[in-house]
Design a binder for this molecule. Structure first.
Ligand code: BGC
Length: 766
């Protein structure tokens, strides 16, 4: 049976999203412009600078005598009135400690808007939150797999659906502004924010990022079910040299444009209305002080006209951490002149006072202030805040519904990646006895990760107590009486290993759950990518029992497991799969779901061999060199309980000429005995170029589903932009020469011939 698959994915587009999923380009509609100009003309400098100031919820919350936020949380009316009526603060964010009920969010946002509407110009306040995998800080919300797992699905429709549901639930929490998605290309596998990204490949990041933005924003960010997204963190945050958060990166302009900029270009095209800045420095310039990146590249080249918000305290840090401003006041002028529209201060009036002084002293032009305030007011109008400053509690009956949870489950089920399956040990039979062990086995912290109910996800076991850990999910799957649990080890030190060894001897198989607890940002910094010795020891002890060991990795970045990778009978990468993730994992382990995830990053073999899959040819090493590129698992790797055969890779023409489109087709056959999904990945390689070419680059993908014995022909379109690169003049060009297309084990060469170099965008730089 052979079906012609009509999916013809344009390589730079997102053809699989339904028509109504496409975001209407949010143009600066004339009526909004007029309203903004009228309002702006009435505003004092203080009112304008208030709009540019963003404070955290702590600043308007009641505290005890020692300054600790009161529990239960309460808004401090007096502080709120001072902030808004005296200082005209226009924007707030975050949570004062931990997640709240929808009802409590209603009280917070209503109080804030009530006071905002008492101010002279009645400008509604704008509240923002990190709803980065669902509404992080609202009790009962639908928490999705973290972005890294969403990327492993290779299914942009799921990212789009996650965006839609998260937007619905964010509005159900009365908040119209989401500090998501992370569009950082995760080049350094040590970085603690790898799990917040869509992985190491620019095309994958760009495609998943655009899909989730379209879900967040819908056709109208101002309706009651959509929010504005924040593309972050502009730019180059994903490649700190040391691997530690907010440490320097050295990224030449050419590389910046080749790897880091494309997801932001796509996000601007997708209509994202706000952008957050990278807290760190690139080539010695903190991005918050980079007029080049924030104005020349972002505004002039990308034509972004939304709000640029600083990251947390980062304007002050230009003085206190980066030492590029001699005083805090200089830091404020530097950042605003570079292009910052709004500053997450987030506790005090320093930014407000220094900015007013700087304008009065002529250090920041009034035109710069007007520009920022115009953008901020514009977004407030677009979000519908002037008409509906607070949503209606009755409008969100689907909040936390089973319908929404089913999408989170589906995403986890398509993300979890089978890395090894010796002798088809998986799926396990349901009538066996298993030991579930390891530090990740019985904690929701490894399932939800950071940004879950609290910033670090450290209270996840209390907040998500009604959700299944891996242990509970397996108990439900095969019956409690068939499951023994012993922790065996903590994340960093062995515990009761002997008890675990004895327990292993009495079962048919061991499900060993290793990895990481929850963390984010600098708290997640590590000095060593190796999985801690205690966990490796536990694995070795389990293997020694002679029982088959099913290694499950629940982790946000690829901790090195080389010393045990050959010892396990099977290895499953769970990533950080979200609230429904353990259920999906149990379904995969016991065969109710056929795994279809693929790695969105390179899984390194050694901690000192951190190379991305799109390495340069010289990194491949010589035949006599055993130190060349040799990861444990390649980007894009992932097994299934069935098998897929690729054949008949066909190109519509032997060569491509100026502006021509090449149609690439390949047949994919399910040659196993189970229905399965397969992400079909198309790579190209340029064999010779003026800048050393990457060994290969992902240019398109399409996830298909196949019945046993079924064949589908998958069609891709390849144009000259898809095979372009940034040359040594920082220009995007497609050079004539020989190229190779690779899909699965199939390859095909073609020539590109042209008289002129291809320069696709405005000034050729994008
Ligand atoms: C993070 C951002 C986040 C912000 C507000 C910062 O520390 O870097 O990603 O949006 O806090 O919570």
């Amino acid at each position: 049976m052979k079906k012609q698959l009509l999916l013809t994915l344009a390589l730079t587009g997102l053809g699989i999203l339904s028509a109504n999923a496409q975001t209407k380009k949010i143009s600066s509609s004339k009526s909004i412009d007029e309203k903004v100009n009228t309002l702006l003309s009435k505003m004092t400098l203080e009112e304008k600078v208030g709009q540019m100031t963003n404070l955290t919820l702590d600043a308007i919350s009641k505290t005890d005598a020692s300054g600790k936020i009161l529990e239960p949380h309460e808004i401090d009316e007096q502080k709120l009135k001072e902030k808004i009526l005296k200082y005209h603060i226009g924007s707030f964010q975050n949570v004062a400690g931990h997640a709240y009920s929808r009802e409590h969010w209603y009280q917070i946002i209503s109080a804030m808007q009530r006071v905002a509407l008492q101010d002279r110009l009645k400008i509604p306040a704008l509240y923002g939150i990190d709803a980065i995998h669902g509404v992080t800080y609202t009790l009962g919300s639908t928490l999705f797999p973290q972005e890294i797992a969403m990327a492993a699905t290779f299914n942009p429709t799921l990212a789009y659906q996650e965006g839609e549901i998260s937007a619905y639930e964010t509005r159900a929490s009365y908040i119209p502004w989401n500090f998501s998605p992370v569009l950082d290309v995760a080049k350094n596998q040590v970085w603690p924010r790898i799990y917040e990204t869509f992985g190491e490949d620019p095309y994958l990041v760009k495609t998943m990022g655009a899909a989730i933005i379209k879900g967040y924003q819908g056709n109208n960010v101002g309706d009651k079910y959509h929010v504005t997204s924040t593309m972050k963190h502009f730019l180059g945050y994903g490649d700190p040299l040391s691997g530690k958060d907010r440490t320097p990166a050295w990224i030449p302009d050419r590389y910046m444009r080749e790897y880091f900029l494309p997801p932001f270009i796509e996000a601007v095209k997708s209509g994202s209305r706000t952008l957050m800045v990278n807290s760190s420095e690139i080539n010695g310039v903190p991005v918050h002080a980079s007029k080049y990146l924030l104005t020349d590249v972002l505004r002039k080249e990308l034509k972004f006209n939304g709000i640029v918000i600083s990251d947390w305290m980062d304007v002050r840090y230009l003085h206190t951490r980066h030492h590029v401003a001699a005083t805090e006041k200089d830091a404020v002028a530097l950042a605003v002149n570079a292009g910052i529209d709004m500053c997450i201060v987030p506790y005090d009036y320093t930014f407000y006072n220094y900015l007013i002084q700087s304008v009065r002293e002529g250090k920041v032009p009034m035109s710069r202030i007007n520009e920022s305030v115009r953008r901020i007011l514009h977004v407030k109008y677009e979000l519908g805040l002037f008409d509906h400053p607070v949503g209606n509690p009755d409008d969100y009956p689907k909040f936390g519904s089973n319908e929404f949870k089913a999408v989170s489950y589906k995403a986890a089920a398509e993300a979890i990646t089978l890395l090894k399956n010796d002798n088809n040990i998986l799926p396990l039979k349901k009538n066996i006895k298993v030991l579930v062990t390891g530090p990740a086995a019985n904690t929701m912290r490894s399932i939800d990760g950071g940004w879950s109910y609290t910033w670090q996800g450290d209270q996840d076991d209390q907040y998500a107590a009604d959700k299944n850990t891996i242990l509970k999910a397996i108990q439900q799957k095969i019956g409690k009486e068939n499951v023994t649990y012993e922790a065996g080890s903590g994340f960093d030190s062995l515990q009761d290993v002997n008890t675990a060894v004895e327990a292993a001897k009495k079962v048919d198989a061991v499900v060993l759950c290793l990895g990481e607890s929850s963390y984010t940002e600098n708290v997640g910094n590590i000095d060593d990518l190796d999985l801690p010795a205690a966990q490796i020891d536990l694995a070795k002890q389990m293997v020694k029992t002679g029982r088959p060991v099913i290694l499950v990795m629940a982790e946000g970045r690829p901790r090195i497991i080389t010393s045990i990778a050959n010892l396990s009978a099977a290895t499953v990468m769970a990533y950080i799969p979200g609230n429904e993730g353990a259920n999906a994992l149990a379904d995969i382990l016991f065969g109710d779901v056929n795994p279809s995830g693929k790695l969105p990053f390179t899984y390194p073999r050694h901690a000192n061999a951190l190379v991305n899959y799109y390495r340069k040819n010289i990194e491949n090493g010589n035949p006599d060199d055993s130190h060349g590129y040799n990861p444990l698992y390649e980007f894009g790797y992932g097994l299934s309980y069935t098998a897929f055969k690729y054949s008949n890779l066909h190109l519509s023409k032997p060569d491509m000429r100026d502006n021509e489109m090449l149609t690439v087709t390949v047949d994919v056959t399910n040659i196993g005995s189970r229905k399965g999904k397969e992400a079909v990945l198309l790579y190209t390689s340029e064999l010779y170029a003026s800048i050393t070419p990457d060994t290969k680059r992902l240019r398109a993908f399409n996830k298909i589903s196949l019945q046993p014995g079924e064949t589908k022909t998958v069609t891709f379109k390849l144009n000259t932009k898809d095979i372009s690169f940034i040359n040594d003049l920082s220009q995007r060009v497609t050079e004539p020469g020989k190229f190779k297309v690779q899909i699965g084990d199939q390859t095909h060469d073609f020539d590109y011939r042209t008289s002129t170099h291809y320069q696709p965008d405005t000034n050729g730089k994008l």
